[in-house]
Design a protein around this ligand. Structure first.
Ligand code: SF4
Length: 373
């Protein structure tokens, strides 16, 4: 049986044509599934009865089983979805006055292994399919519409950030059709500015995304120079900062926003000194239009790292702002349900011994801050 959540509209059109159906049937189906949240073919009243019967034998629309749902005091909702094989991924809804943002996972675990990231410490199991990525949005949107009692046509989710578990650009083939369904006016109808892919810096895939589906781009920077970034974000050894910044600059030609967002997790005594802020300014100023988003670290025992004190984060932000870079400090949301950034751990069967590699690296103490050049 084919799961129709696995298709963007072009894919669904090809599949419908293969079944001997007219292409416009795919648009009808797509609207029922994604705009209205309907999984039962018999309820799709404008489809011919013969088609509905044919579909029942060949396809289905199946979301992911929900393992748990937690609602924070601040309205943040975290779902844990079962993706089989002992793996589970997390998805978080963050409501704000003017928007509802869904943070979506792209992999069961993550192979990048960033030092400060709880997902990275879980190791990596496998890529999610397009259907598994879209199922998170499909469930959240239609569940929240009911729960919030929204009028017909009003959306619960206005923004999607691919910032949950996994490195989305290491699952490119599944990611792009999922993004296209999010942007599709017959699907979720989100603008490119409201869909953000967050990457640790997979340079060749940034270049491809620019051509295939240029949505907003966020880059996990976390360090102003290669020596420290090699330790914190190991993919830097393959794609160092000079290459990454060049790719970001090029991306701006196609990006829906005229800046790249740089994420920077503030780690006590590691990357949070005024010298680091100054080095960041030297790195980006005049090279790439950007904003900084400083993220208070959410400590977890295996990391061996601590959160920077609030005053230091503010002083760091001030240096960047004085240097002419728009800088925000991320509000911590969903703390009480472990839904804050970097706290998404899910349940992962580590198939590629990422945990082992991280364990080895942990024995190499991070250098104190004086090592900046
Ligand atoms: S921060 Fe992102 S890329 Fe790094 S380990 Fe975590 S999920 Fe993977």
């Amino acid at each position: 049986m084919i799961n129709l959540l696995d298709f963007d509209r072009d894919g669904l059109t090809r599949w419908c044509v293969e079944q001997g159906e007219k292409p416009f049937r795919a648009t009808q189906l797509f609207r029922w599934i994604h705009q209205r949240g309907v999984a039962d073919f018999q309820a799709m009243s404008d489809l011919a009865k013969s088609l509905r019967q044919k579909l029942v034998g060949q396809a289905h629309v199946v979301g992911l089983p929900v393992v748990s749902e937690h609602v924070s005091r601040d309205g943040t909702v975290k779902w844990l979805f079962d993706v089989g094989g002992g793996n589970a991924v997390e998805t978080v809804f963050i409501p704000e006055d003017d928007r509802g943002t869904l943070c979506v996972s792209s992999q069961a675990g993550c192979a990048v292994g960033c030092r400060f990231c709880s997902t990275g410490h879980q190791g990596f199991s496998r890529n999610l399919s397009t259907g598994e990525i879209l199922a998170q949005l499909w469930h959240a949107e239609h569940h929240l519409r009911q729960r919030l009692n929204l009028p017909e046509g009003e959306r619960a989710i206005t923004n999607v950030v691919m910032m949950g578990m996994g490195e989305p650009l290491q699952n490119y083939g599944a990611l792009v059709p999922a993004l296209r369904a999010m942007l599709d006016d017959h699907g979720y109808g989100l603008s490119r500015r409201r869909v953000t892919v967050s990457t640790s810096g997979v340079v060749p895939m940034i270049e491809r995304l620019m051509v295939d589906c240029p949505v907003a781009l966020a880059v996990s920077l976390h360090a102003p120079h290669d020596t420290l970034r090699d330790e914190l974000v190991p993919i830097n050894r393959k794609y160092p900062l000079a290459e990454l910044l060049q790719a970001c600059k090029a991306y701006l030609d196609a990006a829906p926003r005229d800046f790249i967002t740089f994420e920077y997790c503030m780690l006590d005594g590691v990357n949070d000194q005024p010298e680091h802020a100054q080095a960041l300014l030297d790195l980006v100023r005049g090279r790439v239009a950007c904003k900084f988003n400083l993220i208070p670290f959410n400590p977890f025992p295996a990391s061996g790292l601590k959160r920077s004190p609030r005053e230091r984060v503010q002083a760091f932000a001030q240096v960047l702002q004085d240097g002419g870079i728009v800088t925000t400090i991320r509000k911590t949301r969903g703390d009480d349900i472990d839904a804050a950034c970097g706290q998404l751990a899910g349940e992962v069967q580590d198939r590629t011994r990422v945990q082992e590699r991280i364990g080895q690296r942990r024995s190499i103490a991070l250098q104190p801050v004086s090592g900046l050049s």
